[in-house]
Structures are given as structure tokens and as C-alpha cells.
Design a binder for this molecule. Structure first.
Ligand code: PMP
Length: 283
């Protein structure tokens, strides 16, 4: 495969970054993961926009639209019908130990791709059933920024993965749902879909944005963005988690207890089918 680093294409083993890079030493950067199936990206423009917003929040001016041609080149050069594109932009390399934003530093721009599974199908038999645990959200107060400082998320993910499970559902100090360690969260109750509203407590997921837009436009499923308590999570008929790679992931177990009747729900089936059909309409 080939990767892109600071204006050049090369083999991964040829890509060299200084250990003085702020991304390495401080986790001082922003990243994106964009899914692509059969050469078609899902929400590329939305991902690039979120990245530019994140960069602006950390004081890096960068026009991410210029990366469209890099993404296109990598998709063409690298094999596989189903590829994720990873983009990372760090503040750059600076020789002194200094916490502030150094002046006159060029950001480090790195892209690579990897093969993923085929686009998901709305099929209860084939869907990956997710089992999750709950935990207090112990991350920072800027979770809307897709920061490369992922230690908080890594530790939360491990709380479930370490038990052989798939995700950790996080709750804020008021006991309300925020999101998962690497995905957004939803419950279904009596046919209505609920998800926490956007705030600095969660990442504005691109899959979330696309899913809600599709359901509002193409279905009669009511979508409500509001706070969700832990009691509501345990009483839910269905729970879903979304991310670029999960798409709409059905959860069948929380803290060892079945969600609803412990089977994948009918509202999920409808939602994943609509997502599969319309997600490529979104740039
Ligand atoms: N929340 C967190 C904390 C994430 O890391 C991610 C992405 N892995 C998401 C939500 C989902 O975002 P997206 O749909 O853009 O992949």
C-alpha cells in the first residue's frame, strides 16, 4: 500500500516523522476516519469539515478541502473495494519542550488506508450483535474535538474489550448517557429513537448526522435529541451504537442484561436498511 506524508506518496516503511512531532509527544492533533465502499466515500465533505473545525479549535489554520485529491489518489492506488482512509494533522515538529503553540511550525499531514469489511447489510442473522458495559465518563470536557489524545477513550474501550465485549456506554455526572468510547449511542422506546443532543460531552459523529438526516427524510421513525438517563437505557427496547465502521450497530446486552428481548430489533432493521441505501448521497 502507499501512504501520504507532507506532500509526498510513499511506502509506509518510508514514511518518517521526527520523535519531536507534537502529535507523538503531546497527542497534539486532530484525526478523521472515512469509510469508502467500491470507490464511494460516505460523508467525505462532512468529515473534512469536522476536521477543519477541530483544527480551528486548537489554533491550526488548514484548508482540509485540499485533501480531497489525496484521498482520491490513495483510494485509486491502494487495493480493496472497502477501505477506511485515516487522516491525521498534528501541530508539527518543534525542537524545544514548550507547551504553548510554537510559531512558524508547519503541521504534519499523514494519510493511510486499511481494508475494512464490506458495507453492512440490514440482516438480523448477519449483523454483529454488540455487548456493552456501562461506566462513568471519565474523559475530558472537550469531547466534541476529534483529538488524537485518545487515552481516555482507550481506557474506556478496554473496560469492555478486556471482558471480551464490544463497547462501553458512558454516563456524565448527572447520570445521563453521553456516547460510547468510540461511537455515538441511541435508544429506541415504543418506536421512538432517542439520542443525546450535541454538546462538548460527545463527538458530533458523521454517521450520527447522516443517520438522523436519513430517518427524518425517508422514514416515519420519530427522532428525538434529548438527555437519556441510565434507567431509560436499561428499560430500552433497542440500543444502537454508530460509527464510520460500525454503521448502525445493534446492542443486545448491557452489563450482562438483555436489551429488550435480547434479540436485534425491528426498528434497527429498518434504520440500517435506509442507511445502506442512502448513505452515499452524503458528501
Ligand atoms: N464518538 C467517539 C468518541 C468516536 O471516537 C467516534 C468515531 N470513532 C464516534 C463517536 C463516531 O463518529 P463517526 O460516526 O464520525 O465515525
Amino acid at each position: 500500500s502507499i501512504v501520504y506524508l507532507n506532500g509526498e506518496y510513499m511506502k509506509p516503511e518510508e514514511a518518517k516523522i521526527s520523535p519531536m512531532d507534537r502529535g507523538f509527544l503531546y497527542g497534539d492533533g486532530i484525526y478523521e476516519v472515512i469509510p469508502n465502499h467500491h470507490g464511494k466515500s460516505v460523508g467525505l465533505g462532512l468529515h473534512l469539515k469536522r476536521m477543519e473545525n477541530g483544527l480551528k479549535e486548537i489554533g491550526i489554520e488548514y484548508n482540509t478541502e485540499q485533501l480531497r485529491e489525496v484521498v482520491a489518489h490513495l483510494l485509486e492506488a491502494n487495493e480493496g473495494d472497502d477501505l477506511n482512509v485515516y487522516i491525521q494533522i498534528s501541530r508539527g515538529t518543534y525542537e524545544k519542550r514548550f507547551h504553548g503553540f510554537p510559531e512558524k511550525v508547519e503541521p504534519t499531514v499523514f494519510l493511510y488506508t486499511w481494508e475494512i469489511s464490506e458495507a453492512h447489510v440490514a440482516d438480523k442473522e448477519k449483523a454483529h450483535k454488540l455487548k456493552v458495559v456501562t461506566a462513568d465518563d471519565l474523559r475530558w470536557q472537550r469531547c466534541h474535538i476529534k483529538s488524537t489524545s485518545l487515552l481516555g477513550n482507550v481506557l474506556h474501550f478496554q473496560q469492555s474489550y478486556g471482558e471480551g465485549l464490544n463497547e462501553t456506554l458512558l454516563f456524565n455526572e448527572e447520570g445521563n448517557l453521553t456516547e460510547g468510547s468510540s461511537s455515538n449511542a441511541y435508544i429506541v422506546k415504543d418506536g421512538v429513537l432517542y439520542t443525546p443532543p450535541l454538546s462538548d460531552e460527545l463527538l458530533p459523529g458523521i454517521t450520527r448526522h447522516i443517520l438522523l438526516a436519513i430517518l427524518r427524510e425517508h422514514s416515519d421513525i420519530e427522532v428525538v435529541e434529548r438527555a437519556i438517563s441510565k434507567a431509560e437505557v436499561f428499560a430500552a427496547d433497542e440500543i444502537w451504537m454508530t460509527s464510520a465502521s460500525k454503521e448502525v450497530g445493534p446492542v443486545v446486552e448491557v452489563d450482562g442484561k438483555p436489551v429488550g428481548n435480547g434479540e436485534i430489533g425491528d426498528v434497527w432493521l429498518k434504520a440500517q436498511a435506509l442507511y445502506s441505501k442512502y448513505c452515499y448521497d452524503f458528501d
